[in-house]
Design a protein around this ligand. Sequence first.
Ligand code: AMP
Ligand code: ZN
Length: 471
Amino acid sequence: MSIQIYNTLTKRKEEFKPIEPGKVRMYVCGPTVYNLIHIGNARPMIVFDTVRRYMEHKGLEVNYVSNFTDVDDKIIKKANEEGVESIVISKRYIAECKKDMAAMNVKPATTHPQATQEIDGMLEMVQTLIDKGHAYVAEDGTVYYRTRSFKEYGKLSHKNLDDLQGGNRSLLVSGEDQKEDPLDFVLWKPKKEGEPYWDSPWCQGRPGWHIECSVMSKRYLGDEIDIHAGGEDLIFPHHENEIAQSEAANGKTFARYWMHNAFLNIDNKKMSKSAGNFFTVRDISEKYDLQVLRFFMLSAHYRSPLNFSAELMEAAKNGLDRIVTCVENLKYLEGKAQASVLTDAEQALLQEAKGFVDKFDEAMDDDFNTADAISVIFELVKFANSNANEQSSKAFLQGLKEEVLLLSDICGLVVEKQEEALDDEIQKLVEERTAAKKAKNFARADEIRDELLAKGIVLKDTREGVKIERI
Ligand code: AMP
Ligand code: ZN
């Protein structure tokens, strides 16, 4: 079966057909970097990373672009509070965000563009919009998008322009009274004291938020892309405005499939700093391995609201442990197995195990139903637990283990204990160090320890032997 994707644009599931066969152009709106990311921000990261992994499993080549918004009021505010330049803040939190992504096993994007590095492209697109009559320059140099000039405005959020007009009258806030129409939005705005700014034909200033994604998407993926994604709060106005900008400037359909994850709440309430129900990913990492957070996020369908609570995290931990224990057990048995060749009965069982992969794919083909896909992993775990034993052949145990690892890996779940997943080169170095120590060649032993440290591996000598940790 082919992949079906729920498209916010058409409000139905559609068969996924990439523009270029075998290749996927995908853009995911990334975080504004003024603080450590919170667990709400982690949801789109994990969900769309899983979409990417599944597509790659299906043999598609995914060009995955996700931006960092590094010029924004919140960044400027924080920079002023700390008495540093905005770039100090954004650089710091991009680095922290990348650490959190790695710990959640979110693959780095093919490209992670940053708004401040793409100003030229923004100036170009804004000029094109002015030239085509879709934007105008106000007296103070602000450039506004002329929303009514884009006839299809509202098609993504299924809003009607006249309803918006009625509801948005109050949006004409101070400083924006040069707008022709309250619906118009900012493409470029004049600098204010203490803010970063760039030269432009209209005024020294900085871009509005929406223009960056239109520009970065065009630069790294082209005028037309397959998938544009983000949290559901971005449907309006952010994505609606991106469509208006890109389609008016490029004269082409911007994105074919629009995917949006539902929100993550805490204890059934909206996450809010002031109410105290707010967690950063870093907070969670103090209590749990972030694989647990990843497992928790995938235990619900991405379009369903998800509630975060201590009980649900414990349940996620137990669920993940079941898979980890299964893999551990298969490896333990593998180490003890006498027979190496598959029996006929085992062959038949492995064939049966392959059926779980098909069932998993079926769940994922249905708009990435990770909740059902994880249930299939549990079925496979149960199957493995009840069929693997001390009489099993090595090949059989390996076959079962590979199936469990394959499905877990598509979900981005690391279920193999780190120290045992060392590659050969590292394993050899560890053994050489043990031998060097035995031979009292401490200089060589220390040298190897430093060499491993440079690779992010820390060796700890304990009473039970050498323990290996990754940093
Ligand atoms: P922001 O930094 O606010 O632009 O958010 C970055 C991404 O996180 C966007 O795709 C948001 O839609 C998403 N996001 C923010 N809060 C939540 C939440 N509570 N649940 C799910 N996604 C969220
Ligand atoms: Zn965006």
